[in-house]
Design a protein around this ligand. Structure first.
Ligand code: 8OZ
Length: 363
């Protein structure tokens, strides 16, 4: 039933032909080696999941200051690029396509994770509520240091360098992480940006760093290999916007003018009761962007089919289900049962909970 849905049909994402509209969402797994080099098991992990129409890597910091958690991979050293090359080769050998997610955490970090033990950086010196994840456990967040205007070109150059390194590592494209309360989102949303320079105040100014970054990344990849991820109403990492619809419609219109490969939208907040979130019209955001719209946040098979076949979305990304089901596309096609995930092994460990989830028995 429903195996004939367009969800399971090929999709041309700019120049990248996808075998289906089912995408593996970016998933932080905290298994990188010293030097923030991808795990030696990462080629197996991503290769096992190459049946996805598109894989998006775990969030990957573009510079050492961009790190906010233990053992997340980077894309700023030769060793990291070599590690990612093994991942892209594995995925391509298995017939898959893979984009790297470019990341800077901004204030969602801790001095113990920063080069030279310095404070994390942010648009404004506003301390997030909650706790940072450090090598010695959870500790209260610190008040970040506000970036000076003349430091922002350096941030943009970090993204450009990360984009170049991703190209060298053999990816098919990149996704700019503009979501979930990290650096670009901290500039974008009103609760975290109190700047009085050209990067704060109006929506246009709050979006300035994001679009300088996107244009730098496009200079490396071309717009049709660059995606953008947003989370208009997620409160994750203690962030909110006074008028999310106006802010994100503005971002979508500017992204449309650039011809980005896709807009990837977290339609809510993972695990949150939708009734507690600010109202938001995702259909309006999609119209403002006009290009390929990738929906995310708690989709199951039935909702994914309905969203694709009604035209509400072009692509659907799945997170936790892809952790525990390397062959998720095949299972969804057959309407087969899914393996349950084990949350204890999401954010630490080695092969357990990473490369040991079974595929369906092959007859
Ligand atoms: C969960 C744990 C750590 C980081 C995100 C990169 O939310 C993350 C992340 C998620 O985008």
């Amino acid at each position: 039933m429903h195996h004939d849905s367009a969800l399971f049909q090929p999709f041309d994402l700019g120049p990248t032909r996808l075998t289906s509209r089912i995408v593996m969402a970016p998933l932080t797994r905290n298994r990188a080696r010293d030097g923030n080099v991808p795990s030696p098991f990462a080629p197996t992990y991503y290769g096992q999941r190459a049946g996805a129409g598109l894989l998006i890597t775990e969030a990957t910091q573009v510079c050492p200051e961009g790190q906010g958690y233990p053992r997340t991979p980077g894309i700023h050293s030769a060793e990291q690029v070599a590690g990612w090359k093994k991942v892209t080769e594995s995925v391509h050998d298995h017939g898959g396509r893979i984009f790297l997610q470019l990341w800077h955490v901004g204030r969602i970090s801790h001095s113990s994770l920063q080069p030279g033990g310095k404070l994390p950086v942010a648009p404004s010196a506003i301390r997030p509520a909650g706790k940072a994840v450090t090598l010695s456990g959870l500790v209260p967040f610190e008040t970040p240091r506000a970036l000076a205007s003349d430091e922002l070109p350096g941030i943009v150059e970090s993204y450009r360098a990360g984009a170049r390194n991703a190209l060298e590592a053999g990816f098919d494209g990149v996704e700019v992480h503009g979501a979930n309360g990290y650096l670009l989102d901290q500039f974008l949303r009103s609760s975290t940006n109190r700047r009085t320079d050209q990067y704060g105040g109006t929506v246009d100014r709050r979006a300035r760093l994001l679009f300088e970054v996107i244009e730098a990344v496009i200079s490396v990849w071309g717009a049709n290999r660059v995606g953008l991820r947003l989370s208009p109403v997620s409160r994750f990492n203690d962030i909110r916007d006074d008028d999310p619809q106006a802010t994100y419609d503005h971002v979508a219109r500017r992204a449309a003018a650039l011809g980005l490969a896709y807009l990837h939208v977290i339609e809510g907040e993972a695990g949150a009761d939708a009734a507690l979130l600010q109202p938001f019209d995702y259909g309006r955001l999609r119209l403002a962007f006009a290009g390929p719209y990738m929906a995310n946040c708690g989709y199951d098979r039935a909702r994914a089919i309905a969203a694709i076949d009604s035209g509400a979305a072009d692509l659907i990304s799945f997170g936790k289900d892809f952790i525990s089901n390397p062959d998720l596309v095949e299972r969804l096609k057959r309407n087969a049962p899914l393996n349950a995930w084990n949350a204890d092994t999401f954010y630490a460990g080695e092969e357990k909970g990473y490369t040991d989830y079974p595929a369906l028995a092959t007859a």
